[in-house]
Structures are given as structure tokens and as C-alpha cells.
Design a protein around this ligand. Sequence first.
Ligand SMILES: Cc1cc2nc3c(=O)[nH]c(=O)nc-3n(C[C@H](O)[C@H](O)[C@H](O)COP(=O)(O)OP(=O)(O)OC[C@H]3O[C@@H](n4cnc5c(N)ncnc54)[C@H](O)[C@@H]3O)c2cc1C
Length: 343
Amino acid sequence: MRIALAGAGVVGSYLGNMLQRRGYDVEIFEASKKENHWPVCAWGASRHMLEKFSKQAGLDFDDYVFHVGKMLRMELPDDKEEYLELRGLVSYNKHEWENALLKDIKVTYGAKVTKEAFPFEKYDYVIDCTGLHRTLLPKSKDDFLIPAYEYLLENVHGIDEFYVIGYKGAKGYFWYFPLDKERGYMGAGDVEKKYYGVSEFFKQHPEARVVKKVGRPIRLAPPKRMEPFYDGNIIGVGESIGCVFPMLGEGIIPSLICCDLFLEVLDRSRDKFDFKQYRKKVLERFDYYDDVYRVVRLKMDGKLSTVRHVNLLMSMYRHMKKEEKRFGFEVSFEKMTRMVNAL
Ligand SMILES: Cc1cc2nc3c(=O)[nH]c(=O)nc-3n(C[C@H](O)[C@H](O)[C@H](O)COP(=O)(O)OP(=O)(O)OC[C@H]3O[C@@H](n4cnc5c(N)ncnc54)[C@H](O)[C@@H]3O)c2cc1C
């Protein structure tokens, strides 16, 4: 069976690797040139989950870990602060991790796939792994993106922990994620494009040297709002169908979970991929992301009430608590309530 994947990001590299291992004839088409190909992302995720995905794909995740977090400091409006105990949140070498997964796969770089020109008839299935772009699937009227950009910095002194600033009204957040050897990612996502904290960071750290400035928006609309997941022989996996945790704009682990759902369905399908089963599984697995998305949007619109929306908040808390290990930080009801109120 021939499978083409459009995009060599998290999904393209991991799913391509897993499909080739299963004996499928895999080909990946990536828009950026090989020398420019760079995963735009702050490279932070749960070690526990990445160990599992790495093992499945034949990699040892320890080879890619940069920084193991202990505590996350969160600055909140009105000089409030919150500290979260970290339970597995790490930064890792995402560039090398993806390259290692792609090592033995046929990848054509500099090949921007379009719906009009792609030879769909040559493949049994074409996977849309173009993330934010969702190039091959119809657009969704319920889509919602948050603009974001970041700097890869070196020579940063005095910060060796994950650090975040939550913006008033939950309109976005600033981050500093330490990597290795005084390097780190500093950036922000902000619906209002004010990116508070970025210029202050440079003033506080005049020694910091910019290695790269990269950016793209992040999709916050969850799968429930990103249908269809398939169209003809095209199937969406990852951020292209909304697999991003809406409260944090965190998409590495959700996209990888989506890959595993795809593989599970493919393994069980007989002659033809069971599209309906895939849709069902994705909607079930990411069902509560819609509650989280509603909390975020209500807060952004200044309409969130901890009394009227108690069910939404409880759903968010219960699900996150159940998946604490997958997030890599402590999930505490008291802290969550304090943060929601402070924003
Ligand atoms: C600034 C920023 C920081 C982030 N930080 C984090 C973080 O720390 N932790 C976290 O979990 N998530 C983070 N995210 C989100 C996370 O990076 C994404 O959700 C995740 O990478 C999605 O994986 P994907 O494979 O679906 O898409 P991507 O990893 O975005 O890959 C899509 C690929 O498709 C290619 N492509 C696009 N269009 C075409 C086309 N027409 N033809 C061929 N190729 C194409 C792109 O060049 C890209 O290589 C961040 C996002 C941004 C923007």
C-alpha cells in the first residue's frame, strides 16, 4: 500500500516512521528546503509520553533531552505569582528527534503540496500533516488561531527554569523554555499581538544573543470544530485537525496521540481504512478539549463565570488531573482556580 504524507513535522516524521516499520510504501513531501527546515515550536513536552513514542519508533528519548524542569514560575496580572511543580516537563532537541525518525524515509524537501497539483491517484492514502496550514482538507468555519512567534537565544544567564507570563483576560502568554548550555526559547502567543514580556526580556537580558526568530500562529480550535477529518483518500492527522491543547497551545503530545489513533484504526481496518472509526476515536479522545476551548474563549471574551461555568471548569480539571503525567506538571484545583480568577 502506498501512502504519501504532506508535511515533515511532528506527525509527518513519527507517522512516516511508524508506517514504514509496518511495511507500507511511504513518501513524504515537505514544503521547506532541507537546509531551512526547522520545527517552529518551543520544544517543551512531557518526558513520560515522549519516552513512550520514542520507544515505539526505535529511539531512546534520553538522547534528545535538553532540560528537565523542576518548577514552573507563572507571573499573573496584578503582581500575582504561581509556582507549579513539574513532573516530567522537559525541553528536548525536537529538530534532531524528527530528523532521526526521518532518517530512512524518502522525503522530498522544497515540495509544497497543493490540492490542485498533487497526484492523489498514485497513492492509496494521502495524509495531511501540514499542521496549521491544513492544506489538503476543506477549511473549517469554526477555526481559531492565535498568532505566535519566538526567538531561539543563546548566552542567556540567570534563568534555568521554565517561566511563563499569563496575559490579562487569557489573551495569550509569554514563555521562556530553557534548552541546553544557556540556550532557550523565548516568545509569546497573543490574540492581540502585543506580546507583552518580549521586549522586557531583552532589557533584562542584554547578554542574550538571537540565533533565530521564527513564528507562525497556533491552532486552538479543537477536533470537534475542525471537521471534516477526511476527504476522498485524504486523511488529516495532528494539528491539521485541531489536536492542540487549547489552554496552552501545546500540540506535540496531542498530535502524537492522534498518530497512534490513526495507526490503531489502520491496523484493524480490513481492505479499506475505516474512516468512520477514525473520526469516532478522535472525537472521543479529544472530547474534553472542546470544554477547555470554551473556557479559553469565554475568558478571552470576558464572559467566564466560575459559578455559571462550573461544569466546564470541573470537566477541564477532572480530565487534566486524570492525565497529569501526560502534561508533565501538577494539576491542582486550588491553583487552577486562582489562575483562572487572576487572569
Ligand atoms: C511558536 C510556537 C511554539 C510552540 N511550542 C510548543 C511547545 O513547546 N510544546 C508543544 O507541545 N507544542 C508547541 N507548539 C505547537 C506544536 O508545535 C504543534 O502543535 C505541532 O508541531 C503540530 O504538529 P504537526 O505535525 O501537526 O504540524 P507541524 O509540526 O507544524 O508540521 C507541519 C509541517 O508541514 C509542512 N507544510 C506546511 N504546508 C505544507 C505543504 N503545503 N506541503 C508540504 N509541507 C507543508 C511545514 O513546513 C511543517 O514542516 C508551538 C507552536 C508554535 C507556533
